[in-house]
Design a protein around this ligand. Structure first.
Ligand code: UDP
Length: 413
């Protein structure tokens, strides 16, 4: 379970960091903050909100988490938004827009008092973005937090979403290259992990060994792992291709593990494709995990020799941070937020193709000392940049700035 008290993080980040957060939060004491996203289970946004809500409360902010409720049609439309924002050629019809707006309106009816009263509303990704238009009586500042690589969006999708997000008071992106032309201040805040969550806490070796036994994995052979929702942007088939290229000369195991998210309707089809591709190589294990398999994922990451995240597009890639925190070198797709984390030759390697991934896998597996060095650098890098305390500090600073109108002042200046 996530540790709910900030004090628990002192041994990890030091008391100065904790004191600084308390000092900042005191300025916002009692502020009502609402986060809204579209799922409590699966994916990086839910992962972050699970620790962020309790810790904001612990800091004296009155913080709640609301989730958009919708049916299959609505999530089909929002997945189309997601794919379109990431640059896929998608087709957006008026019927899809109507479906989206109807679901958002139904949710607004339910959430209206909370949203009107809040001092800050932080809306995550496109799914709830349309709520602002329906809330003319709002009292607080509204922030659109985009977790997606929106650097080259499909024009029609962005045209529509822009009309929904441009009236927000600010937006947050994970990288400068994702920012868009919008008439409000834009901030760059990278995501982070909770080092004390079940996903990231130290585990006894016995639990790691049991996990390997449970999934029929050998502790004698190197383990190469990609943990991801079954999503084409994560390129699981490319990972299998890369593994097949090295597997004739290097004896190793590949683990592709993941589940779905309640707001992702495409997962089942991708899972079947992956299983089919993996069925030709007995050294590949495809594990379908329940949404709460945090300790299992933790154990698999810790048991790994190398972690792969060969995404074709990636907003950030929390799985990369999680692996680096466990001192693993990462072979990551040369895209989006993975580039903030993986530095060639220092914390892992960035690759563009299955051939590139195969080359780097082979190189690392043949040089264990290099792998260990990279793993240590990776852990230090996460400690300095991608832990939740840095993330909270940036959020608090942004909220304070918005409340004081500093952002507008800066814009005008
Ligand atoms: N994750 C999980 N179960 C799964 C697959 C992923 O708990 O079956 C977690 C993973 O450990 C990470 C998050 O979900 O914390 C995925 O975040 P990321 O930014 O890597 O990708 P997203 O799914 O948001 O695109």
């Amino acid at each position: 379970m996530t540790a709910k008290s900030l004090a628990a993080y002192e041994p990890v980040v030091g008391n100065v960091v904790i004191s600084q957060l308390k000092q900042l939060a005191a300025e916002l004491s009692g502020a009502k903050i609402v986060h809204i996203n579209s799922t409590r289970l699966g994916g990086g946004v839910a992962e972050i909100l699970h620790w962020m809500i309790p810790l904001m409360n612990d800091l004296g902010l009155d913080t709640s988490w609301e989730v958009i409720e919708g049916h299959g049609d609505y999530f089909h439309v929002t997945k189309t938004f997601h794919n379109g924002l990431q640059g896929n050629p998608v087709f957006l019809t008026q019927h899809m827009i109507d479906t989206y707006e109807q679901t958002v309106a139904e949710n607004f009816k339910r959430l209206r008092p909370t949203l009107e009263e809040a001092d800050f509303v932080i809306v995550h990704d496109p799914q709830p973005a349309g709520l602002l238009d329906l809330c003319p009586q709002r009292k607080g500042k509204w922030i659109w937090r985009c977790h997606i690589d929106a650097s080259h969006p499909n024009r029609r999708v962005w045209q529509y979403l822009r009309s929904k997000v441009q009236h927000y008071d600010a937006s947050i992106f994970s990288m400068p290259t994702f920012a868009q032309r919008l008439d409000h201040p834009q901030f760059i805040i990278a995501p982070s992990i909770d080092p004390l969550s079940d996903k990231n806490i130290d585990l006894p070796q016995s639990e790691i060994d049991e996990t390997l036994t449970r999934f029929d994995l050998s502790s004698e052979l190197p383990i190469l792992t990609q943990i991801s929702r079954f999503d084409r942007f994560k390129d699981p088939l490319g990972v299998i291709e890369a593994f097949n290229m090295i597997n004739s000369s290097i004896d190793a195991q590949l683990v592709l593990a993941g589940g779905g998210a309640t707001d992702d309707p495409e997962g089942a089809a991708v899972f079947e494709e992956v299983k089919e591709a993996a069925s030709k190589n007995s050294r590949i294990s495809v594990l379908l995990l329940p949404p709460d398999a945090h300790r299992i994922i933790n154990a698999l990451q810790r048991a790994s020799t190398i972690v792969i995240q060969k995404s074709l597009q990636e907003g950030f890639g929390l799985t990369v941070t999680e692996a680096m925190w466990k001192s693993k070198p990462v072979i990551g797709g040369n895209t989006g937020g993975i580039r903030l984390q993986v530095y060639n030759g220092y914390t892992g390697y960035l690759v563009d193709t299955p051939e590139g991934a195969a080359l780097r896998l082979r190189e690392l597996l043949r040089h264990p000392a290099q792998m260990r060095r990279m793993g240590q650098t990776a852990k230090d890098f996460v400690t300095q940049n991608f832990l939740l305390t840095r993330h909270l500090r940036e959020y608090l600073t942004l909220l304070f700035g918005l409340r004081e109108g500093l952002a507008n002042h800066l814009m005008a200046g």
